[in-house]
Ligand binder design. Sequence first.
Ligand code: PLP
Length: 422
Amino acid sequence: PESCIQTPKKVGSPGELEEQVICLEPGASAWKLVHKKIQQLSDSDERDAFMVADLGVLAEQHRLFLKAMPRVAPFFAVKCNNSPSVLKVLSNLGTGFDCASRGELEQILSMGVAPTRIIYANPCKQISHIQYAASHGVQLMTFDSEEELAKVAKFHPTARLVLRLWTQDSKSLFPLSAKFGASLDYCGHLLNTAKDLGVTVVGICFHVGSGCQTPQSFGQAIADARHVFDLGLQIGHPMSLLDIGGGFPGKKNFEPVFEEMAAVINRALDQYFPEGSGVEIIAEPGRFYGAKVCTVALNVIGKKEVVEQGGRRLMYYVNDGIYTSFGLMLREKETRIPHVVKSFSCKPLLYPSTLWGPTCDAFDRLGPTDILLPELHVGDWLIFEDMGAYTHTLSSNFNGFTQPEMTFTTPSELQDLLNPLP
Ligand code: PLP
């Protein structure tokens, strides 16, 4: 048989998602399963968009991460992909977790993950969320303002704080520095204030922006972190943690490649935080782990032809869009070209095409208006790869549409990674 279906595993919080994981026999793959499902759905009128996840990708990305940066412990950014199966596999692989809210803390703690494997990495937190962290033993938390220090001093005085630095991230796909990060010349004041309030700062963190395109941003940020580390030590804080954030590439063929980024990071770490310095180094990768995990298949539900002077332009209406899986597309510079699931007797002509999402909103468009595609018809299928990062976690039910149903697969040799934590 190509695959065997395991008993559904309940891996979320009580009452939450119950995910069915398909265990792939040798020779089977998530990609083949996508095509098989397309075939099955095409025999009916039920042609909903769907997503297939390959949990085996997580083990491979984890191996690559540790190989490229052996000194850095990954804390997966839950905001990137919060599927219980994904989180379960990662926790069994031994990653820590970066949580942004009480909801994410609850999800991770309910899996049995120790609070010491969590960093609450949101510099501006609601008081009740800080109280939740305090009462559940989550100690590591980030901050970048005096007001946050005052809240922590009052509601979580034993927290181990990590000061978030501002970074130059204007070339990243998702810049974050307009919102977060203390400037270098403000850090001394923050560290002194923490000391006065009796709050312990144990380290420095930064984020060079998600989808970072300039590896040197890491080099600069690590040099800055050293400077503030020394300041913290002088003021009397037990500085012992460096958190280099996220920003690592996730998609295939992304420039710069991960290894190039890792080389810049390793060089900077060796220079500013050399081995033996006693500093623990962590990162908060999201898309590096998540992106390649999921593939989305969607169906053409409508079509229009626009005849222009330059020739034909085709518009297709598909059943997944920016409000369900494709919100991230709004920030991407490169056009994602889907695989067209259709056979042609000879090389087909390509037409400038527009892919509209299913809602009544004209903002709901998958990429530019001139993607070159062969002619499609209502009922045809398209496949998008690298759809596991910031896809379903960004989705809404705007216009009554829901996120595509997900099917999870695992290579049979990795199915033990879905077991409950020991
Ligand atoms: N850490 C924090 C604080 C973030 O805000 C993000 C993304 O926005 C991440 C980690 C994950 O970033 P990436 O997916 O680029 O690795």
